[in-house]
Each structure stands twice: as structure tokens, then as C-alpha cells.
Design a protein around this ligand. Structure first.
Ligand SMILES: *[C@@H]1O[C@H](CO)[C@@H](O)[C@H](O)[C@H]1NC(C)=O
Ligand SMILES: *[C@@H]1O[C@H](CO)[C@@H](O)[C@H](O)[C@H]1NC(C)=O
Ligand SMILES: *[C@@H]1O[C@H](CO)[C@@H](O)[C@H](O)[C@H]1NC(C)=O
Ligand SMILES: *[C@@H]1O[C@H](CO)[C@@H](O)[C@H](O)[C@H]1NC(C)=O
Ligand SMILES: *[C@@H]1O[C@H](CO)[C@@H](O)[C@H](O)[C@H]1NC(C)=O
Length: 488
């Protein structure tokens, strides 16, 4: 209470002194009748200060509850994890999207080619920026199921804020041509990143900001570590490993409190990448020099690495309806799919295709097939226009950029043109020993480690269709990078 009084008092004094200064200069210029004007001006200023005080109090109240919440979350977590720190802490904020998220694919990509030593030297923190407990738990559960070892060993953590974290977003000012929804989104994003940064701060030497819909270049971990250690000057604040928004930005953990203070101070006012740029401006630029000088100074604080190590996968941003078409041009190209001359067929699937990555294109070899995560009972079907003799087949799921997007618990079945082969293709004493499905398909093979390649016994005869049947749900998306049906 006393302190609050004090600050009001200080404001008023300052106000009076300022008003007085105005008054004196005004009188010296025009002379006479100064007192009325002094009164009006003083009152006006007084009103203004009261208003500013009110706004400030509200804001500082919000901020202090925000900080308390972060402290509480950090405190709760600290005794559950190891106390030794790592080199690299990676922060991934994620929010609920209308379409499926690519979080599991992102994690796969991050852990894919890491050595045991590198795994021991990093922590990945997923920040589920939602307060719906059911949703948060479902994410935590799929992460636990998909990455049990990483979760157990403490290199993968899932956190989320309590409902009290977020202040009222209803009365935000619409600025910079952004709609109300967009202003709310960017204000929340500022708070989300701030939370994550403060949480991650004590866990390692460097903090890398990521997003939940990205893919990484092979050996990204070592590249980042080397680049950070090789910096000859200590001046840098940000090392940039991607040109996109807020992906692939590396900070020194010790700088994070300052950066977060800055974000929190202006979280309602601007998007986070602008705030970061302003912070650099404040630190590096001399307002009496020109923009070119400023850019040069900022370049000491923000150092870019080329080529980019991170790329967006999603065209769907987490802001509902916003299309995220940004692609990092420096990311480069890999061989992502392999074409084969497949026999004419009608292709169908129960899987939900992602964008233009259709099954048809994959069958022709012009693109990968890519689809949202499957459920048990989903299938991919290749029906030949007329029955064919098939020598064998090869199906490969996943590729370099999406190594984890494989088919699991999936069998390959063929539909014989002559159903009588079913009578002798199974059971005791039969020539062949295959399982038959209820709907008359013969099981020929199953995906192992994302790939299946088999020859088909010629005694099965002509084949009408080949089917990939998925027997259990999977949390990851499905990508087919190679389809090869070897017809005679
Ligand atoms: C953390 O440690 C405190 C005391 O050291 C204990 O009371 C608390 O239950 C612990 N929390 C967890 C989540 O283990
Ligand atoms: C972890 O904490 C324990 C006890 O607090 C201490 O003995 C140990 O040295 C710490 N380990 C590291 C790597 O800091
Ligand atoms: C195959 O079995 C079905 C019934 O299971 C029978 O109707 C059919 O005649 C059999 N065909 C041959 C060639 O044995
Ligand atoms: C399978 O056939 C063998 C002989 O060919 C016979 O001894 C055996 O009992 C049969 N098994 C079944 C389950 O019919
Ligand atoms: C494959 O799916 C079946 C049917 O849902 C299930 O019983 C089986 O345990 C699954 N196998 C694996 C390896 O997940």
C-alpha cells in the first residue's frame, strides 16, 4: 500500500513540475492571463497521469502474475529433472490447430540422426500453449507413447501454463492493420514464447527457438554447436539458423531474462519478431546516425548462418485461416521421392491427403504421397484396370526430410483374379502358405522399418489389386516416397 502511494505521489510531483515549466515558458512568451491556462493545463495533465497510472498498474499486475506463474511452473518442474545443464535447450511452442499438427514429425526430425552423446547434451521442451487440460494431456500422452525413452531420460519435456497465466485479451488495441483476432494471437504468442524462454533458461548454455511444424537438416545439432562456439566475439545476441520468422534463433541462456523482460513490456503492442528487432535497435543503434549505420551495428548482434538448417513443413499456420507459404530458399533440395513406371491403375485411399501430395502423383512418381496420421482400418488401394501378372513390389515410406513419417503395422495384400487360388494358398498341405483376409485378399508381406519388398508367387496368377492395410492408429503422418509395382 505504502509503495503504491509513493509512486502516485512521485507522478503528481513530476506532473506539477512539468506543468509549472510549461506555465513559465508560456507566460514569458505571451504574458498576462496565465493563471487560468495554468489551471486547465495542470488539470489536463493531472487527468492524464492518473490514467497512465491506472493503465500501468493494471499492466504491472498482469505482468507480475505472469512472472509468478512462470516461477511456479519452473519450481514445480525442477526437482523432477536432472540438475546438470546441457549445451542446447530447444523450445517448441505448440497450439491446437484445426488441421492435425506436425509436432510428432518435428520431433522425429530433431532426434533422427542424433548420436547418444548429442542426446545427452540437449533438452527439448514442448510448450503446449493451451489451457484445456484434456487437450494438453492428449499431447503429453502421444509424446510419451511415441518417444518413451526420450521422455524417461528427461531430454524431452512437455509443459503447459495454468489457466491463470493468460490475462484478459479482450480489450487489446488493433494496431498495424491487424484484426482483433490477429492482435490477440500475436499478444498470446509473445506471452507463450516468454514463458518458454524463462522456463528453458536454467537448463542449458544456449537456447534454440523452434516451431512445431519444421524439418531439420542432417547434423544440425553439431553445426549449431560449432557455429556458436566458433564465434570470435562475445558481442552476439542472436545466431540465426533460418531466415523464417522466429525459427532457428539461438540465444545465450544468460541473455534470456533481458529479452523476456522486453517482450513482456510490449507484448500487447507488436509481434515478437518486431520486438526482437527493436531490442537490437535499442542496444545497438545511435539515433543520431543513419539507418545504414544502424544495420551495421545490429549485424554484430545478429549473425546469420547459411545455408538454413530449418524449414517449415506446414502451409497451415496456427493462426486460423492464415496461410503460411513462407519457405526458406536457402534450405536446399534433397531427393524426396523415387519414380517408377507402374502399371495403369485406379488409386484410392481412406487417408486424408495433405495438400498436393496426392496418391495419384506418388503412383506416377511426380511427388510423394503425404497424409495425416492414420487410424486402424485405413488403407491404400491400387486397382489395376485389368488383371495383371505381378512379379513383386516395393513400397518405401518416409524420406530424408520426413524420416519418421513411416507406415507401421501395415500389411500388403493382393486380390487374385481367380478366387479359387484361395483354396490352395492356405492351410495344411497347401502349396502356398499365406494368410487370407475375410474379404479374399492374400497377405504377401508387411512393412518393416518403413519398407516392404516382396516377390509374388507366380502360382497366385493374375492380380486385380494390391492393398496396403493399416492395422493400428499412428500418431505420425504417412509419407510414401517410393511405389514400385513390378508387372511382367
Ligand atoms: C519437489 O521437492 C519438494 C521438496 O524438496 C517436494 O515437496 C515436492 O513434492 C517435489 N515435487 C515433485 C514433483 O517431485
Ligand atoms: C546435482 O545436485 C547434487 C546435489 O544437489 C550435487 O551433488 C551434484 O554435484 C549436482 N550435479 C551437477 C552436475 O551439478
Ligand atoms: C474353393 O472353395 C469354395 C468354397 O470354399 C468352393 O465353392 C469352390 O468350388 C472351391 N474351388 C476349387 C477349385 O476347389
Ligand atoms: C496336416 O497334414 C499332415 C499330413 O500331411 C497331418 O499329419 C496333420 O495332422 C495335418 N494337420 C492338420 C491341422 O490338419
Ligand atoms: C497391429 O495391429 C493389430 C490390430 O489392431 C494389433 O493387435 C497388433 O498388436 C498391432 N501390432 C503392432 C506391432 O503394433
Amino acid at each position: 500500500m505504502r509503495r503504491k502511494h509513493g509512486s502516485v505521489l512521485a507522478f503528481l510531483c513530476l506532473g506539477a513540475a512539468f506543468a509549472f515549466a510549461c506555465y513559465t515558458t508560456w507566460t514569458s512568451r505571451s504574458g498576462g492571463n496565465g493563471l487560468d491556462s495554468y489551471q486547465t493545463q495542470f488539470l489536463e495533465l493531472h487527468q492524464r497521469l492518473l490514467y497512465a497510472e491506472k493503465v500501468n498498474k493494471k499492466r504491472s499486475h498482469e505482468l507480475s502474475s505472469v512472472l509468478n506463474e512462470i516461477k511456479r511452473a519452473v519450481g514445480e518442474k525442477t526437482n523432477s529433472t536432472a540438475n546438470d545443464t546441457v549445451s542446447l535447450v530447444m523450445g517448441i511452442p505448440t497450439v491446437k490447430r484445426e488441421k492435425q499438427s506436425y509436432l510428432m514429425g518435428t520431433l522425429n526430425s530433431l532426434f533422427f540422426d542424433m548420436s547418444a552423446e548429442q542426446r545427452n547434451d540437449c533438452v527439448v521442451v514442448i510448450f503446449v500453449a493451451e489451457v484445456n487440460a484434456e487437450y494438453v494431456n492428449s499431447i503429453a500422452e502421444s509424446v510419451r507413447v511415441r518417444f518413451p525413452n526420450e521422455v524417461l531420460s528427461g531430454i524431452l519435456e512437455v509443459i503447459s501454463p495454468s489457466a491463470f497465466y493468460y490475462p484478459e485479451f479482450s480489450n487489446l488495441k488493433e494496431t498495424f492493420g491487424d484484426s482483433k483476432e490477429r492482435v490477440r494471437w500475436r499478444a498470446k504468442q509473445n506471452l507463450d514464447y516468454s514463458f518458454l524462454m524463462l522456463y528453458a533458461q536454467s537448463k542449458g548454455t544456449f537456447y534454440l527457438q523452434l516451431e512445431d511444424d519444421i524439418i531439420v537438416k542432417p547434423q544440425y545439432f553439431q553445426t549449431i554447436k560449432n557455429f556458436a562456439v566458433q564465434q570470435t566475439s562475445d558481442e552476439w545476441m542472436i545466431l540465426e539458423f533460418s531466415q523464417l520468422g522466429f525459427i532457428g534463433k539461438l540465444f545465450r541462456s544468460q541473455d534470456l531474462p533481458l529479452i523476456v523482460d522486453f517482450f513482456l513490456m510490449f507484448y500487447k503492442d507488436k509481434p515478437i519478431d518486431w520486438l526482437l528487432d527493436h531490442l537490437l535497435w535499442v542496444k545497438a543503434c545511435n539515433p543520431e546516425r543513419n539507418a545504414k549505420h544502424c544495420e551495421r551495428q545490429k549485424a554484430y548482434l545478429r549473425i546469420g548462418y547459411k545455408p538454413s538448417l530449418f524449414q517449415h513443413v506446414g502451409v497451415h499456420s496456427s493462426l486460423t485461416g492464415k496461410i503460411q507459404t513462407l519457405k526458406d530458399k536457402d534450405f536446399g533440395k534433397n531427393i524426396l521421392h523415387k519414380a517408377h513406371a507402374n502399371p495403369s491403375a485406379k488409386v484410392t485411399t481412406t487417408l486424408k491427403e495433405y495438400q498436393h501430395y496426392t496418391l495419384e502423383k506418388a503412383y506416377k512418381g511426380t511427388e510423394c504421397f503425404w497424409a495425416f496420421a492414420p487410424l486402424a482400418g485405413d488403407y491404400i488401394l491400387f486397382s489395376f484396370l485389368k488383371p495383371l501378372r505381378i512379379e513383386g513390389f516395393l513400397f518405401r515410406s518416409g524420406n530424408v526430410e520426413h524420416p519418421g513419417d513411416k507406415l507401421f503395422n501395415t500389411t500388403v495384400e493382393v486380390l487374385p483374379s481367380d478366387e479359387t487360388v484361395l483354396n490352395f494358398s492356405t492351410g495344411n498341405g497347401s502349396k502356398l502358405n499365406y494368410q487370407i483376409t475375410k474379404d479374399g485378399y492374400i497377405k504377401i508381406g508387411a512393412f518393416k522399418n518403413g519398407v516392404v519388398e516382396e516377390v509374388i508367387d507366380p502360382s497366385i496368377g493374375k492380380i486385380q489389386a494390391i492393398r496396403l492395410s493399416i492395422h493400428s492408429p499412428s500418431p505420425v503422418w504417412v509419407l510414401l516416397s517410393e511405389i514400385f509395382i513390378k508387372a511382367h
